[in-house]
Every structure is written in C-alpha cells, then in structure tokens.
Design a protein around this ligand. Structure first.
Ligand SMILES: C[S@@+](CC[C@H](N)C(=O)[O-])C[C@H]1O[C@@H](n2cnc3c(N)ncnc32)[C@H](O)[C@@H]1O
Length: 184
C-alpha cells in the first residue's frame, strides 16, 4: 500500500488547495499542518489488522483540516468522519471527501459529544493552546468506548502511559503511538 512518492504528491495537492483558496483567510490561532501520510498509513494498517476483512470500522479525525487523512483512511478500509472548527477547511474537506460514505462537520472538538460512537479516533495535536489541548485529550480518553482505538499524534498529555484503561499496540519512530481502550 505504501508509496511515499505518491503520498507526498497527495499531501502537496491538499496543502496547495488550502493555501490557494483559504490560507490567508483562516483565522489566526488555528493551524493546518497535515501529518506525514506514509507514517499515518502505517498507523492505520496496524489498527486495521485488529478487524476482520469484511468489517468497515468508523474512523474520526478530530480537526480534519482539508480531509487528507479521511481519504487515506477510506483507502485503507475505514468509513471516514471528520470534525473541524475552521469553516473554510470544512468546505474543502467536504469537497475532498465527497462520496466516501462518511461526513465532515463543523464542530468544536472540545464540545463534541459523540466520541463514543467511533471505532477509531485520531488526532494530530489540533489545539495550539496546550492547556486546552490537554483538556481535549483527557475528554477523548474518557468518552471513547471500550474496544475503540486511539491514534494520538504529537500527544501532549502523557498520563495515558500510566492509565490502565489503555494498552499501547504500536509506536512509530517519531514516538507517536496507537492505543486500544481496554477498560471503562
Ligand atoms: C495540525 S492540524 C491536523 C490536520 C489533520 N488532522 C492531519 O493530521 O493531517 C490541526 C487541525 O485541527 C483544527 N482545530 C483546531 N482547533 C480545533 C477545535 N477546537 N475543534 C476542531 N478542530 C480544531 C485546525 O483548524 C487544524 O485543521
């Protein structure tokens, strides 16, 4: 599945769309930086190994930006969902993910109530304010359901390492880990 050349081209297309259409208009205080696609695909594949072939698990990107991760998740065999706070990015993400079977919605991740509805939750440090980012990470860990997976990139709150509700199933060479919630 991995082909770094095409994945990088894909990432550049997403970034260029964002910069060309919205880059300067997006409010200060929010950032859109896509995670490295090949490292992300590796994480998705590790999670997918835990589901049988016919199952299409749901995947939520918290702060999905223009939706590149949603396309990759769909390609690996997930049903992709995204929430994003910046309206311009929501528009682009809807365009990029049109017809993949999931949805993209404008939502503040700190107020989102449905973290318990997804098989896989992913984030790449969405919030710049580290106090709020910490709060978001704890919220997701508390609300996600038992048996769900968490792909936590550039994670700020390390309490999960000692939290017996979670078991680490994979860590890449950037120190970004994938977890399963084993207890409520
Ligand atoms: C570092 S980018 C990650 C983009 C994408 N998830 C990826 O991994 O390629 C963080 C994204 O989170 C969004 N964001 C920031 N605060 C948010 C909030 N409170 N609720 C939802 N999205 C938020 C930003 O606008 C930005 O698009």
């Amino acid at each position: 599945m991995k082909n770094d050349f095409f994945l990088e081209v894909f990432r550049k297309i997403g970034l260029n769309f964002y910069r060309a259409f919205y880059g300067k208009k997006v409010k200060k205080g929010f950032w859109y930086v896509p995670y490295e696609p090949s490292a992300f695909v590796e994480q998705l594949e590790k999670v997918k190994e835990n589901f049988s072939g016919e199952v299409v698990p749901s995947f939520l990107d918290v702060g999905c930006g223009v939706g590149l991760t949603l396309l990759l998740a769909w390609q690996v065999g997930f049903k992709p969902y995204g929430i994003e706070i910046v309206p311009e990015l929501v528009k682009l993400a809807k365009l990029f993910t049109y017809s993949l079977g999931g949805w993209v919605k404008r939502r503040d991740a700190l107020k989102f109530k449905d973290y318990d509805k997804f098989d896989v939750i992913y984030f790449y440090c969405p919030i710049k304010d580290m106090k709020l980012e910490n709060r978001l990470e704890r919220l997701i860990e508390d609300k996600m359901r038992v048996g769900a997976f968490l792909i936590a990139n550039c994670k700020q709150n390390n309490c999960i390492e000692k939290d017996n509700r979670f078991k680490k199933i994979y860590e890449n060479n950037r120190g970004d880990a994938v977890w399963i919630k084993v207890k409520g």
